[in-house]
Design a protein around this ligand. Structure first.
Ligand SMILES: Cc1ncc(COP(=O)(O)O)c(C=O)c1O
Length: 385
């Protein structure tokens, strides 16, 4: 089967936040939303459902839950029972619910920075205090950068009232999958302190090269008992507009707390969310394999282009996601680099500062787009510099 990821599909006028937030002369490479058409079986299933014409309250397709459990077993050798799978209309909503469900107002929630923006806002939305711990930037010696987690420093920094950690695995914005040993030790530290682990694995299917994903909860039953795993078909198959997410909660007490925190407030998943998820997980495998190969090539194009034309920019070499995290602090840019590229390159990138204090001077670039679009963006950056 072949898929044409090079095809450029106009998105202006379709109600796309990514494409309509900025003026028409700006190329958007910011929000985590890809410019690829979703797998054909997904589009077909949605069309068939729409043609039925009745849109009453939906229930999930009968075997969607068993499909998800089977997927966890096949991909990760992780045994998940049907009652442990909850549907949520979005992961940001689920993160907020968790902040509300765990601990009491005034308790602390910790996250590792740079971090996805709602990891800061969800705790404060729910009357908790958000603590951050900076990941350590590491020079790779070849012009690229990576990050390391100082586990002992993290343990020493924890506030006694910390009840929850918000973790992104693989990591947005860095674009890197935590290795099993780091995850295991981090989880051990959290369990010792009575901290619940929220492992947001929304990008887990977007593995580049030969990287393999490790769900935090799959490491051991003890970790599973302290972890809420968040998943979704949304990043994987480019369905974020359908609003279907999944929380795997193996601890029954935690499931009850979550239910109590969301009841009457969080709506059910809509009919198209369920249909899209079902078709994607059931029939989207070949498309996903081809996508990951294409994204891996895009990653390589980006890293090589920066090395050749903009060595003053230092990027991570993502092994997961379609997000590159680029240090612009040695590029001689005066002020905010995202504002610079927006003004001088007509290119919208995510402003690193929004990902926490140690993101100041960085930008995040979304390379989930056709290669000609990526090259257009890189050329704009080079010319602006
Ligand atoms: C780590 C992470 N979690 C959650 C989300 C958003 O999830 P949702 O659209 O289901 O609220 C994103 C989107 O970029 C993300 O990167």
């Amino acid at each position: 089967m072949s898929f044409d990821f090079d095809q450029i599909i106009p998105r202006r006028g379709t109600g796309s936040i990514k494409w309509e937030h900025y003026s028409e002369d700006v190329l958007p490479m910011w929000v985590a939303d890809m410019d690829f058409v979703s797998p054909e079986p997904v589009v077909r299933a949605l069309r068939e459902r729409a043609e039925h014409g009745i849109f009453g309250y939906p229930s999930p397709p009968a075997d969607l839950v068993s499909l998800i459990c089977q997927r966890m077993a096949d991909l990760y050798n992780w045994q998940v029972m049907p009652e442990q799978v909850l549907f949520v209309p979005g992961l940001v909503s689920a993160i907020n619910v968790l902040c509300r469900a765990i601990g009491e107002p005034g308790d602390h929630v910790v996250t590792l920075t740079p971090a996805y923006m709602p990891f800061f806002s969800a705790p404060t939305n729910q009357g908790r205090i958000c603590d951050t711990f900076d990941m350590t930037r590491v020079d790779q010696g070849d012009g690229t950068i990576s990050y390391r987690l100082d586990l002992e420093g993290f343990a020493a920094s924890l506030h006694p009232q910390t009840r929850l950690i918000l973790l992104s695995q693989p990591h947005n914005p860095i674009g890197i999958e935590y290795d099993r040993e780091t995850l295991a030790r981090l989880s051990e530290i959290c369990i010792e302190r009575g901290i619940v682990i929220c492992s947001d694995e929304i990008h887990c299917d977007l593995m580049l090269g030969d990287t393999r994903h490790t769900p935090t909860a799959s490491i051991s039953p003890e970790i599973a008992a302290h972890t809420v795993t968040l998943l979704a078909p949304s990043k994987t198959f480019n369905l974020p507009g359908l609003g279907c997410g999944i929380a795997i909660v193996q601890n029954e007490k935690l499931r009850k707390k979550i239910h109590k925190a969301e009841v009457g407030i969080v709506p059910h998943v809509n009919a198209f969310g369920y249909i899209g998820a079902y078709a994607a997980y059931r029939e989207g495998g070949p498309w996903l394999d081809a996508l990951c190969a294409y994204l891996t090539e895009n990653r390589d194009v980006l890293v090589n282009y920066l090395a050749e034309h903009m060595p003053q920019l230092r990027t991570t070499v993502p092994n997961a996601t379609y997000l590159a995290w680029i240090d612009c602090r040695e590029a001689g840019i005066v002020g905010n680099p995202a504002a610079f590229f927006l003004e001088k390159a007509k290119l919208a990138l995510s402003d690193g500062h929004a990902f926490g204090g140690n993101g100041t001077g960085f930008v995040r670039l979304n390379f989930g787009c056709p290669r000609p679009t990526l090259l257009d963006g890189l050329t704009r950056m080079r010319d602006a510099l």
